[in-house]
Write a protein that binds this ligand. Structure first.
Ligand code: PLP
Length: 359
């Protein structure tokens, strides 16, 4: 198989050993004579997988005992609604949101179906190239919601908002990439398909003490308290996505856990951003202090005018894949999730240097 340097924004690169083991398990899971995907989710084998996946999330992130870890369906996009359904008061509900781009606006749209949304600050007027910093959280909010990393525009919160209200975070594109203090949040949710596994499951890490206080009737599938009670098995869970997530988290633990991956992610981001800043043919598209370690975004400068086609041919020839920017913003985005080795970043940086030499 030709070596591909996979910078895809999600679904994205997963560790090779995880893919290998996952593919074997589709044929037969660990000597059981059954495929992972043809056995009951109530079997002792799958119950153990679910339990192990939960344990790994708790261990890697240091989840407090009064929090539940749930593996549900519907993607982070359903999480937008579920966050509101489980935390917004039924009567006179009011929640604060920080708008840092496409995913935050998606979350705001869903929350408006259930109550009043106060957008405290927005990066819209600067095309989401900066994380808004000057805002105060009014009292009486049911919660404050933000998106920790903006996958599309390439910005990331370097420190998290503080609030007396419950703090809710869509952490889809940087969960497991760096140390966090889970106790600072009351709900974290994240689609699996960046740093955790394949699309198909969404992890919810929720402070149980804050559930059941809205006075709202919540549909069973969306009710985090019920999903906790049923151990994420109110209905048939997405067994394959959960299994591969478990394998990926096992891999993360085996390489040294969050502190090790954080160092690796910082080194990869430094390598690429240093080149973006050094090379006169490239420039970053976001405020330097808000640059995402997961999704660096950049464009060619005027000096490189007319070289776009050449650059595109060069990176493709070098085996680089998936660096075209999101269809809504253009330019380039090199997503560098946990499983991307630094060698792939070196290949991309070498192509950028090569373009400078040949321009
Ligand atoms: C930060 C963020 N939130 C939400 C989503 C939507 O996730 P899903 O496709 O799992 O619904 C994405 C997808 O890329 C994302 O990056």
């Amino acid at each position: 198989m030709a070596k591909v340097h996979n910078f895809s924004a999600g679904p994205c690169i997963l560790p090779h050993e995880v893919l290998h083991k996952a593919s074997q398990s589709v044929i037969e899971l660990d000597g059981t004579g059954l495929s992972l995907i043809e056995m009951s989710h109530r079997s002792k084998e799958f119950v153990a997988i679910m339990e192990r996946a939960r344990e790994l999330v708790k261990e890697l992130l240091g989840v407090p005992d009064n929090y539940s870890v749930l593996f549900l369906q519907g993607g982070a996009s359903l999480g937008f609604y579920m966050a509101a359904a489980n935390f917004m008061k039924n009567e006179g509900g009011k929640a604060a949101y920080l708008d840092t781009g496409t995913w935050s606006t998606g979350a705001i749209k869903e929350a408006k179906l259930l109550g009043e949304v106060i957008t405290l600050a927005s990066g819209k007027d600067v095309n989401y190239t900066k994380i808004p910093k000057n805002y105060t959280v009014p009292s009486g909010m049911d919660y404050l919601h933000f998106t920790s990393n903006n996958t599309i525009f390439g910005t990331q919160f370097k420190s998290f908002p503080k609030s007396d209200a419950p703090l809710i975070c869509d952490m889809s594109s940087d969960i497991f990439s760096k140390k966090i203090n889970v106790a600072d949040f009351d709900l974290i949710y994240a689609g699996a398909q960046k740093n955790m596994g394949p699309a198909g499951t969404t992890v919810y890490i929720v402070n149980r003490d804050k559930l059941g206080k809205t006075g709202r009737a919540i549909p069973s599938m969306l009710d985090l308290a019920l999903q906790h009670e049923k151990e994420s098995m109110y209905n048939t869970p997405p067994v394959f996505a959960i299994y591969v997530s478990m394998l990926t988290l096992e891999w993360l633990k085996s390489i040294g856990g969050i502190s090790e991956i954080e160092k690796r992610n910082e080194a990869k981001a430094k390598l690429l951003y240093d080149e973006i800043d050094r090379n006169p043919l490239f420039k970053g598209t976001t405020a330097v202090e808000d640059r995402s370690l997961m999704n660096p975004t950049f464009v060619l400068t005027e000096e490189a005018a007319g070289h776009e086609e050449k650059f595109d041919k060069m990176w493709k020839a070098a085996g680089v894949s998936g660096i075209s920017g999101h269809r809504s913003v253009g330019g380039y985005r090199a997503s560098m999730y946990n499983a991307l080795p630094i060698e792939s970043v070196k290949v991309l940086v070498d192509v950028m240097k090569e373009l400078e030499k040949n321009a």
